[in-house]
Every structure is written in C-alpha cells, then in structure tokens.
Design a binder for this molecule. Structure first.
Ligand code: ZN
Length: 119
C-alpha cells in the first residue's frame, strides 16, 4: 500500500510507511482506522518537551487526535481526553485555584485508556 504524504510530516515515504504500519493503520490514541490519504505523524513526546524524531517517538494519529494533543504529554493528553469523554470542563490552573478557594473541589476524571493500551 502506498501511503500518501501525512499532513505536516517532514519524513520520507519509507519512514511514513513504517509509522503507518506500527499501529496496524489505526490512530494510536482513539483507534480510528487511519485514512491513508489523511493521517498525521505524531510525536508521542512532543519536540517542545524534548522528544525526538526517532521512530520510537513517532506514531500514526488521526487528524483530530493530533490537533487536540498538540504539545501535551501522554498523561496530560489522557486527562484532556478523559475530560472531553466525560464532559468535564477544562479549567486553567488559575481558574482551578479560584474554584478551590471558593470551596469547589477538584474533579478528577477516571482515566480512559488509549487504543494502544487496549491491544
Ligand atoms: Zn484519533
């Protein structure tokens, strides 16, 4: 199968093919079947947080997961994703402090598993 250039990718065809096959053509995070015409290469540990361009740090992700993940670590992305799945609003650290000062307790969502953890 020929894998078209992934959005925003700076990697060669062979590398993209390897990344695409690593997850058996599924989004690493939500498990959606990746469209060979429209998928993205994601840095599991973002470059901004010291992640590398090595294959171990690269995975295939659907466009919507990649857009949401941005420069989150796996665990902060898990929290963000769990909040979205459980419809819990996201508050900034300042908003959280304000709410705690006014007697609201922090609601910690039960963590959801990523697709690759369920395999
Ligand atoms: Zn996804």
């Amino acid at each position: 199968m020929i894998v078209k250039r992934a959005l925003g990718a700076k990697f060669g065809t062979k590398t993209r093919q390897t990344i695409y096959e690593k997850t058996n053509y599924h989004c690493y995070y939500c498990g959606t079947a990746l469209n060979p015409e429209n998928w993205s290469v994601d840095h599991i540990i973002p470059i901004s947080l010291g992640g590398s361009d090595e294959l171990d740090n690269l995975t295939g992700a659907c466009i919507s997961c990649n857009k949401r993940k941005k420069n989150h670590t796996l665990e902060s992305f898990r929290t963000l994703q769990s909040r979205l799945n459980q419809k819990i609003p996201w508050f900034s650290p300042d908003q959280t402090k304000f709410l705690e000062r006014h007697g609201f307790t922090k609601h910690i969502p039960s963590p959801d598993l990523f697709w690759w953890e369920k395999q």
